[in-house]
Design a protein around this ligand. Structure first.
Ligand code: UDP
Ligand code: MG
Length: 190
């Protein structure tokens, strides 16, 4: 299998059908062999019933459900345990990350030999109370780790299967996966 797409989600019923449609369209256009793994992190809206329906209609969809809200890192961690693809893509469920980026991320891992590639939200529509802490966090993390990334916390990332099977993320650690990957001995990132 070429690609596993891992999507942690908490109360994202509204965007799931469109996200699923959009992913399938991009993946089919590129003739990828792929799976989409939705991890419902204890949603209280209709997210899980939507995932069940997607799963029934589309054999490429796999759903995992938490009994309560454990957080994005825990959801990613469980998703990583289930991936079968050579390349693992993570993305947020709220349509802030575009599936159109997946083919390019895949190419960077598969052909250019990167272990980890991070997306970068170029436009941030967030209020300033959110962008300033984000800039500070990106600055401090990059200074401390020596990793130069514009947007460490961007949900859209690509990994080799080797990376996701060899790192463990919990707590709030999803924000620092590139750093964890580096500690685990994976060097090439972008
Ligand atoms: N998410 C999750 N568990 C949580 C909070 C968020 O799985 O407890 C998911 C959320 O549904 C989305 C992704 O993690 O798919 C990123 O969350 P959010 O959009 O709130 O983060 P931001 O865009 O502010 O980084
Ligand atoms: Mg978001």
């Amino acid at each position: 299998m070429d690609i596993s797409i891992v999507i942690p989600l908490f109360n994202e019923a509204e965007s799931l059908p469109e996200l699923h449609r959009w992913i399938n369209q991009v993946m089919r256009n590129h003739h990828f062999e792929y799976e989409t793994i939705f991890i419902d992190d204890g949603s209280t809206d209709d997210s899980w019933s939507i995932i069940e329906k997607l799963q029934k209609d589309d054999p490429r969809v796999r759903g995992i459900r938490f009994r309560r809200n454990y957080g994005k890192s825990a959801a990613l961690n469980v998703g990583f345990e289930h991936t079968q693809g050579d390349v693992v893509i993570t993305m947020d469920a709220d349509l802030q990350d575009s599936p159109e980026e997946i083919p390019e991320l895949y190419k960077l891992i598969k052909s250019e030999g990167y272990d980890l590639v991070s997306g970068w939200k170029k436009k941030r529509y967030d209020p300033i109370s959110k962008t300033i802490p984000t800039k500070l966090y990106n600055y401090v993390t990059s200074k401390m780790s020596g990793i130069q990334l514009h947007d460490m916390n961007c949900g859209l990332k690509a990994y080799t299967s080797d990376v996701v099977k060899n790192i463990e993320v919990y707590g709030e650690m999803h924000r620092y996966i590139p750093v964890i990957a580096k500690w685990a001995g994976f060097k090439k990132n972008r």
